[in-house]
Design a protein around this ligand. Structure first.
Ligand SMILES: [Zn+2]
Length: 197
């Protein structure tokens, strides 16, 4: 995980924060006397299905501009998780859904990019969508129509494949993911604790 090497307030180099001889997992500015926390950002997404097709958006922002992803982004202050995911659907694909129609679907920690991830799912009965300012295009794709060679985050393709499986079976678990530099666990919540015991 990248560290905060320089203090954002005074620009001086930071050092590891020690409290009573114990090293904490954040840096410290000895000039400002401030701990510099690097708390994870919360990313919210929504898997929006129309029959066996999922909504994808083609990014018009760096990074990964021009590549396809499931609509989502950072949670903002004052929003609930579902409200944030619903806002992203609207911003990126012009789809207005009330937050209460989004169901909890996935949760996870992505330690290597310092993010906490929460995914929802919802269903619509038309394929209406309209790319927003942050998208070049958007559309509903079945598993076979999906532009797999132009996806922004191929490291999570197996997760999206699972979503297509769930759409096929009509059975939806809540999934838990843990993705670190060297490990990717993705299991239904009901099996997660058992696999750890
Ligand atoms: Zn400082």
């Amino acid at each position: 995980m990248p560290e905060i090497r320089y203090c954002p307030e005074c620009g001086r180099p930071t050092e590891p924060h020690e409290v009573a001889g114990e090293r904490r997992n954040h840096r410290f500015c000895t000039h400002c006397r401030t701990p510099l926390y690097d708390h994870p950002m919360v990313v919210v997404t929504c898997f929006l299905a129309c029959e066996d097709r999922l909504l994808w958006v083609q990014r018009d922002l760096e990074p990964k501009r021009g590549l396809w992803a499931i609509p989502g982004g950072y949670l903002e202050g004052g929003e609930t998780l579902a409200e944030g995911a619903a806002r992203e659907l609207h911003e990126e694909a012009g789809i207005l859904l009330p937050a209460h129609q989004l169901q909890m679907y996935m949760t996870g920690t992505l330690t290597f990019i310092n993010q906490v991830y929460v995914g929802f799912r919802a269903v619509v009965d038309t394929e209406f969508c309209l790319p927003g300012r942050e998208s070049q295009a958007c559309g509903f794709f079945s598993r076979s129509e999906c532009p797999w060679d132009q996806v922004a985050y191929p490291e999570v393709n197996s997760t999206i494949d699972q979503v297509y499986d769930d759409l096929d079976s009509g059975e939806f678990e809540v999934w838990q993911a843990e993705m670190t530099e060297n490990r990717y666990d993705f299991l239904p919540v009901s099996q997660y604790s058992r696999s750890r015991s």
